[in-house]
Design a protein. Structure first.
Length: 69
């Protein structure tokens, strides 16, 4: 049983090393220009960050849960 747990843990660690390292990382620092992206507008259609050039923009990445419970 101990050998089986050790084998499973080893395989899990190998999986994380092989597949976990392939994720692209996006390193953005304070003062860096934000990458252009596109989202669905609340008024319909699409909205690109580049469409708001030279306007003040606040990007809020906080999680909002509007679940009534």
């Amino acid at each position: 049983m101990k050998l089986r747990r050790t084998l499973i843990a080893s395989l899990a660690a190998i999986f994380v090393v092989i597949f976990g390292s392939n994720r692209p990382t996006l390193a953005i620092g304070v003062g860096d220009q934000a990458p252009d992206f596109e989202l669905n507008s609340s008024k319909g259609g699409k909205l690109k960050l580049s469409d708001l050039h030279e306007k003040n923009v606040l990007i809020d990445f906080s999680q909002n849960d509007f679940d009534p419970t």
